[in-house]
Design a protein around this ligand. Structure first.
Ligand SMILES: Nc1ncnc2c1ncn2[C@@H]1O[C@@H]2COP(=O)(O)O[C@H]2[C@H]1O
Ligand SMILES: [Zn+2]
Length: 523
């Protein structure tokens, strides 16, 4: 499979994984002992509540603050945002110093740390400065939809732009709900969604079903629940209304029209991250800040993803590619957009400036680690640590590294899910690749690897992805977490799913229709 090998690097696999049984949530595993304090009140809201009651309180609080049933309307094109984006293009980002100052915090707190170096041990935050060496904060509305009209002429003329007017039109039509509105659970489904949340730590959690039950609000609902049960709201004295506002912005800025990179993927990664943070090897060492960062980074790690990859943005000269100098373009955008939303929501304004600075930098380091082109760099370091048995989770720096690895695992864990869920993710991600390929074909661009529906079958893509990316990473993760029932289960599913894709690829042994009927049994 030379194409796949070339794309994903050499096969770095180690030994075979052992087989195991499919567990429910491991009983009695330590879950961040320091966080066990029962949530009582926060922002005037009682948090010792079942989810439906919490949501009702949230809704009432939100309405009271907004002075009406609706949140701020964002669906109208905002000429101010457009004007500013034009500025970005014209001055190459230099004006962002002023913009950062303006947005330093909703309370107007000066952002005195702008030109400081990132804290020691945060070497991954290497793209925190723009051309003028200033920290970039992307404001909401930098929605990087690809403007097909501009693409057609722009590629020829070598001046592709992002097409701000069109993107606002597309943005407002993509969602059926008014942005900013508090989209809470449909009463009919409250009970079922709440029941699912009671099993949020189990590996076979069906995020697609949960998304339907929550009316497309899986990300907001899941993360508020996880923050609540993890004691984070209490520990950091978070204002639940601000938290809800922040998460709604994040959820809304995922593109629902992307088959794969949408808010359901973010919710799925966050749920996986939660499972990994509960791993006994890790949980007892994690501080509340670690848990907060892990869940936040997972929730926001792909925000505003345009549904095309970095090479596409580079070859079409998208403004984000030049803004981030063709390096970790998407990940940098996800991070800086997250920082913009954090500041806009005011979620952390009650915390000391050095804490918020640290949070922003660590979020960057975590989100940047999800750049799949840096896979080998992380894998080799991880393997070296495990070989030398020198990871000391008392050290914040080592915990941060493990959080990066955990997030990377969560991001590519879909082949480790039960077949019924895994197959959906595989089809979705390939559909997104094929759409990019169709775009490239339509505009006479070279078709990117894996994006040609005629040449690259779903099964071939999956076998390559599992062999070169997922297996090597999860084998090391299993080494780190052992003995772990969850890791054994994930490896079971991975092997099973790989076998399924192999059979689909070579139907002589099993027909595709036969395989589609396959349930979640491990072979
Ligand atoms: N099942 C899969 N098959 C092929 N590629 C995948 C699969 N799951 C994730 N990926 C790729 O891995 C990348 C991890 O980072 P992203 O979520 O940004 O984008 C993801 C996809 O490009
Ligand atoms: Zn992702």
């Amino acid at each position: 499979m030379p194409v796949l090998e070339g794309l994903w690097g050499p096969d770095l696999r180690m030994g075979d994984s052992s087989l195991g049984v499919c567990p429910e949530e491991a009983p009695g595993s330590p879950v961040w002992a320091p966080l066990r304090t029962p949530p009582v009140t926060c922002g005037g809201l009682s948090l010792a509540l079942e989810l439906p009651a919490l949501i009702r309180q949230l809704r009432a609080a939100w309405r009271a603050r907004r002075g009406g049933p609706r949140g701020p309307e964002r669906s109208q094109p905002d000429p101010w945002v457009e004007a500013e984006e034009e500025e970005v293009k014209q001055d190459g980002g230099a004006h962002l110093e002023e913009s950062t100052e303006k947005n330093g915090g909703p309370d107007g707190r000066p952002v005195s740390w702008r030109n400081q170096e990132p804290p020691a041990g945060r070497a991954d935050v290497r793209l925190n400065s723009g051309p003028a060496g200033l920290l970039l904060v992307e404001r909401r509305g930098s929605y990087p939809l690809i403007d097909l009209h501009v693409l057609k002429t722009g590629v020829l003329q070598g001046e592709l732009q992002s097409g701000t007017r069109r993107k606002h039109l597309q943005r407002s039509s993509q969602t059926s709900r008014p942005p900013g509105h508090l989209h809470l659970l449909d009463q009919d489904y409250l009970g079922q969604a709440a029941f699912m949340l009671s099993k949020v730590g189990t590996w076979n959690f069906d995020i697609f079903l949960f998304d339907r039950l929550t009316n497309g609000n899986s990300l907001v609902t899941l993360v508020i629940h996880l923050f609540n049960i993890s004691g984070l709201i209490h520990h950091f004295q978070l204002d639940v209304v601000k938290l809800h506002r922040f998460l709604s912005m994040v959820q809304e800025d995922y593109h629902s029209q992307n088959p794969y990179h949408n808010a359901i993927h973010a919710a799925d990664v966050t749920q996986a991250m939660y499972c990994y943070l509960k791993e006994p090897k890790l949980a007892e060492h994690l501080s509340p800040l670690d848990v907060f960062l892990g869940l936040m980074a997972a929730a926001a790690h792909d925000v505003d993803h345009p549904g095309v990859n970095q090479p596409f943005l580079i070859k079409t000269r998208h403004h984000l590619a030049s803004l981030y100098q063709n390096t970790s373009v998407l990940e940098s955008h996800h991070w800086r957009s997250t920082v913009g939303m954090l500041r806009e929501s005011g979620l952390l304004t009650h915390l000391p400036a050095d804490v918020t600075q640290d949070v922003e930098q660590q979020l960057g380091s975590l989100i940047l680690a999800t750049d799949i082109s840096r896979q080998n760099e992380f894998l080799l370091t991880f393997r070296e640590h495990l070989d030398h048995q020198d990871l000391d989770l008392q050290l914040a720096e080592h915990r941060h590294f493990i959080l990066q690895i955990a997030l990377k695992c969560a991001d590519v864990c879909n082949p480790c899910r039960i077949w019924k869920l895994s197959r959906q993710w595989s089809e979705r991600v390939c559909e997104e690749f094929y759409r990019q390929g169709d775009l490239e074909k339509r505009f006479d661009l070279e078709i990117s690897p894996l994006c040609d529906q005629q040449a690259d079958s779903v099964s071939a893509i999956q076998i390559g992805f599992i062999s070169y990316i997922v297996e090597p990473l999860f084998e090391e993760w299993q080494r780190f977490t052992e003995p772990s029932l969850l890791s054994r289960t994930m490896m079971d599913h991975l092997n099973h799913n790989k076998t399924c894709w192999s059979r689909i690829r070579s139907p002589s042994s099993t027909s595709e229709s036969e395989e589609n009927e396959d349930d979640d049994d491990i072979p």
